[in-house]
Design a binder for this molecule. Structure first.
Ligand code: EAX
Length: 327
């Protein structure tokens, strides 16, 4: 009896996992996952996306949200979307270049000057051209969303210049472009999925990590990190991804609803990034972090020169310059 029940549960669970989008009567439930908390910028993006598709399809589609990496890290969620066991993920580009190599170029440190530069570039035909690379890899990118400019935190010392970062063991995303760049700062990069980061910092497996203010806030990293240096060393884009298999099942009208829902979600997600940027640093100071506001940006850029030579080989110096010069 017990065995039969277990078997039944296993079969039902397997069936649910195999078919991510479940239909209940006339309503289809779609699953969306992301690595951080529901009250974060990614959560605001996902919630807005869900509200918009429900409204736009008169309730024929509804979402189930899986925040906090409850379905795994970002790489695992992208894999799940590819396989069709998850319908949507709002993910940073962190691991995405491992699936769609062409987008790795936007992960280069000190590529974008500021939010306006990054947002306008990604929203332009240049950003669309990168989104067009996804279907060949079994993915559909509905829109660029945003994670934010990344800053370093650690428990050893204030980081003002690369020499201060040198020797620190820092968790990074599973992103070769980042890791190659950070090595030129003397950092020892330790790639790790986001759901493991809090524990790794708490246990001292790594000395530090780097993430945008909205993520540092949402993951309460102030509880396990002392120093925050506003290095802004790289812009971290994100994306809402689904699969061709999912999109091909939709009517043309519903496809439009999903695409426009993604656009509205992006606007809301970026607005939350703005709000977190405006209020977050004071909040993190109140939470006990020591915030280093004056960093030697020029020294970091200089240290990166060997990495930039390698990026130029991989992506083409011209292509990198085109992004940097984008007005
Ligand atoms: O997408 O893995 C990371 O550091 C990401 O910035 C975070 O999970 C938000």
């Amino acid at each position: 009896m017990k065995i039969r029940q277990t078997l039944y549960t296993t079969v039902v669970t397997a069936a649910t996992l195999l078919l991510a989008a479940g239909t209940v009567g006339a309503q289809t439930i779609v699953k969306i996952g992301y690595a951080i908390a529901q009250n974060s910028h990614a959560g605001v993006g996902a919630t807005t996306f869900c509200d918009e598709i429900e409204k736009g399809t008169q309730g024929r589609y509804k979402c189930q949200q899986f925040p906090n990496g409850s379905l795994g890290g970002e790489r695992e969620m992208v894999e799940a979307v590819q396989l069709g066991t998850l319908d949507f993920v709002d993910t940073s580009t962190g691991p995405v270049g491992n699936f769609v190599p062409e987008i790795k170029i936007v992960d280069i440190p000190f590529l974008f000057r500021d939010y306006d530069h990054a947002r306008r570039y990604l929203d332009s035909a240049n950003g669309d051209a990168l989104l067009a690379k996804f279907p060949a890899k079994g993915l559909v990118a509905l829109v660029w969303t945003e994670n934010g400019f990344r800053h370093m935190t650690n428990n050893k010392r204030p980081i003002v210049k690369p020499e201060d970062a040198s020797g620190l063991k820092m968790r990074t995303m599973e992103n070769k472009v980042h890791m190659d760049g950070y090595r030129t700062f003397g950092i020892r990069p330790t790639p790790m999925a986001f759901p493991e980061v809090f524990g790794a910092l708490q246990q001292g497996v790594v000395d530090g990590q780097e993430n945008p203010i909205p993520v540092i806030l949402a993951a309460k990293l102030s509880q396990v990190q002392k120093y925050l240096s506003l290095t802004g060393h790289v812009y971290s884009p994100s994306l809402i991804l689904t699969s061709p298999r999912f999109m091909n099942k939709l009517t043309e009208a519903d496809k439009k609803v999903f695409y426009s829902a993604a656009k509205v979600a992006n606007t809301a997600q970026r607005k939350k990034v703005n709000d977190d940027e405006a209020a977050g640093i004071a909040q993190l100071e109140a939470d006990g972090m020591s915030v280093i506001k004056q960093v030697d940006t020029a020294a970091f850029v200089k240290a990166l020169e060997p990495a930039y030579a390698a990026y130029a080989k991989e992506f083409g110096a011209e292509n990198i310059r085109k992004i940097q010069d984008f007005k």
